[in-house]
Ligand binder design. Sequence first.
Ligand SMILES: N[C@@H](CCC(=O)N[C@@H](CS)C(=O)NCC(=O)O)C(=O)O
Length: 350
Amino acid sequence: MSDATGANEARGTKGTAGNAAYGRKPFKRSRSHFADRITADGRDGWPVEAGRYRLVVSRACPWASRAVVSRRLLGLEDALSLAITDPIQDDRSWRFTLDPDGRDPVLGIRFLGEAYDARETNYPGGVSVPAILDVPSGQLVTNDYQRITLDLATEWTALHRPGAPDLYPEPLRDEMDEVMEGIYRDVNNGVYRAGFATEQSEYERAYRDVFRRLDLVSERLAGQRYLVGDTITEADIRLFTTLVRFDAVYHGHFKCNRAKLTEDPVLQAYAKDLYQTPGFGDTVDFDHIKRHYYQVHTGVNPTGIVPLGPDLSDWLTPHHRDELGGRPFGDGTPPGPVPAGEEVPASGRP
Ligand SMILES: N[C@@H](CCC(=O)N[C@@H](CS)C(=O)NCC(=O)O)C(=O)O
């Protein structure tokens, strides 16, 4: 288990940190406190087992959305069930108000925090998604978002669907780790550093990091369909979950407004290609995304008004990225349809 550092990304939100925490210190993402791993050999006491665990996410959250995409691509839907929280947290953080009686139907709890409490009494940190819960005990197992998807790819293999892609191929790991590190620092987390900055200079540094890195990534993707190798990998999932939010929330709400995604032909086509790939776009709920950012971050957007734009219809137009070659699923196949009950409602789709 890693240390809790206290501060979390909820600065300026109705979440666990609250508006009082909207201080003068630079935004710093906390490390996940519960870092037990669910592994094939069960060395942390949590063996991979079909039906035992429940993945709790918000469709608004880019970190949680990584796990939702991985679960779809790997065909883990039957093995690892999914709970979707209300995109709007209250003072007790993530809650199951979208479910009948406001309770998660499998766990019977109203707040994700109840599973944190079941794991550790008086846990001092924030309640965050993604989280994987142990259904029999109702306890949180892990909220380590950086590790969860890598473990789904490498530890849950016995439960993958036939034709599942290798999302973290051994020979590409060094290159992937390097690419993902730069994208994490400057883009995935860079947009948050810009959006939650409380000093002009902090914001400007983050803004420059975001676009410097996006320019590099755009150059890289001009001649190759995917970030590393010629198939979809974890690196693409991690970039996608930020890009798909870019024009909807990061451009306006987080002030990353040098350009919109739609103004970079390479990145726009790359993101559209993934959006239209089964397992990606079918997990994205733009309604949850916009309402979460604009209504929850009251320190950033005190009126809570949610913009009507942007126009989303472009996500479904041709991208022509297939002309670059590439084999999206390598020797495997695309995932099947979204399981009944997990479809994104029309309100969240283009
Ligand atoms: N587990 C990490 C990262 C995951 C994360 O930041 N998730 C966000 C949603 S996008 C969250 O749940 N934040 C807690 C809150 O808003 O109270 C953390 O503790 O900061």
